[in-house]
Write a protein that binds this ligand. Sequence first.
Ligand code: HEM
Length: 503
Amino acid sequence: MDEHVLSHDIPFSSVYVKWFLITVAVYYILPWVIKKLWYFYVTFNCDSEGSTKPLPPGTLGYPIIGETIEFVKKNADFYTERRLKYGDVYMTHTLGRPTIRVSGASHLRVILTGENTLVTSQWPSSIRKVFGEGCLAMAEGNMHSFRKKIIMKAFTHEALENYIPSMIDITRIYLRKWMSVKEIHGHDECRELAFALASKLLVGSDFNQKYVSYLSEIFENMVNNMFSLPFLIPGLGLWKALKAKETLHKEIAKCIDKVEREGSQQSFRSAIHHILEQKDFGKYGKQEFIDAVQELFFTGYDSTSSTLASVFLYLGRHPEVLQHVREELDDAGILQCSSDEFQPSLDKIYQLKYLYSVVREILRIISPVGAGYRKALKTFEVGNYRIPKGWTIAVGYRDTHLSSPVYKDPNAFDPSRWETLPNLDSRDGDSHIDRMNYTVFGAGSRFCVGKEYAKLVIRVFVIELARTCDWKLHNPYSKMIYIPSPKVIDKLPLTIWKRDCSI
Ligand code: HEM
């Protein structure tokens, strides 16, 4: 009997062992071998001229797709996990390219001050087609400096001062609209508000909520389809994005014509007015300028809207901070909750120090732009590592804000930290701390042209919200996603009502 059992046992266990070995080979050894071969293939021939340093640590995933699937699944946690494992400089392979992700002030300094010598901007070809060659972010060298100088005229002290009355009026219209309904999705509504502000202040279109909705639908259609495969096939993403762009360009051309016709007769001057007034403007081609306005329009609302929603989120979670803002407004004589008569000047707004700390802290803790993308023009070194020519570099702005030793307890929302820190967001004055620790608006020659406009929009929003409203977040701690831009997954449901002015 025993022998009989034994004789059956031997073949059974050998089959079992065989399957076990096949499973191990298929699930563990084969992927490991494929990954190793792919790593070897990508790194073997990469340039090393002028550097003896090693490539940064990290992994490159599977052939072609790299680590894209894991990246899509994990969102921003993908970067956090790798930074904790490999440090401030590591390699990965996402969205079709070997990429070196870099964070930390001293590393950012090498890259951001090396524009045109070490690095240049890098955009996927679908984005280049949608944004067009006339926009600032695609321009390089002298053309970039020329265009930037002209565009910056739309954001001088005088221009910003001129935007304030319309900025306040439009913000108030939206707050009243939100207070008239039972519940809003803060994320979508802030997107519409930022869009309405950009269409009036930057492009000069007449403010009309129906027209704003029409334009924003075309825009969203373009934006949602622009990260797509670079093939122009009817019905596919890029084709849809370019169709939307065509309609948008017609609308922008109408706005430009109107400004050219009416010129200085208008009392309100949009960003387009300020730009057209430049004497060098003639060197801008018509089509290029339409591209530039489309870029301002897009950048003008996309990142700003994410921060407006973050204002709801963080001040809703931290009533003590909201109370502090109100006290400062009261001290400055602008907490006139029952009156909509007053219009604070730009200087008056700039004097509100705590308000500015709140804005900087919201932008730090939940930076709308996670990274800037560059291509290495030649092989160079960052820290102890080599960055090979031609590789993509992701400059980790958000990573730096959440890991820099300059910020004590970096994941805590604490506007008061700015009382002891220098103004890292300004080029004026000395700073004993490297400004690259705060790159919410980028740095070097590619710094954000709209940063002062964006900060003003956010400040005005906080002032109006604190003066006139109270609100309740329905899910104050729901999950956040960060890519393409930060938002809570449930779109931030909240109820907002008129504040009791006696409190
Ligand atoms: C909270 C709002 C905003 C944030 C956080 C933000 C952030 C940034 C960052 C980090 C960059 C540099 C990207 C890089 O290094 O590649 C940038 C560039 C740029 N931003 Fe903004 N931005 C904001 C709002 C705006 C607004 C309102 C405008 C226009 C009205 C604007 C226009 C631009 C343009 C045109 C560039 C390209 C600059 C160049 O290539 O020289 N941004 N922005």
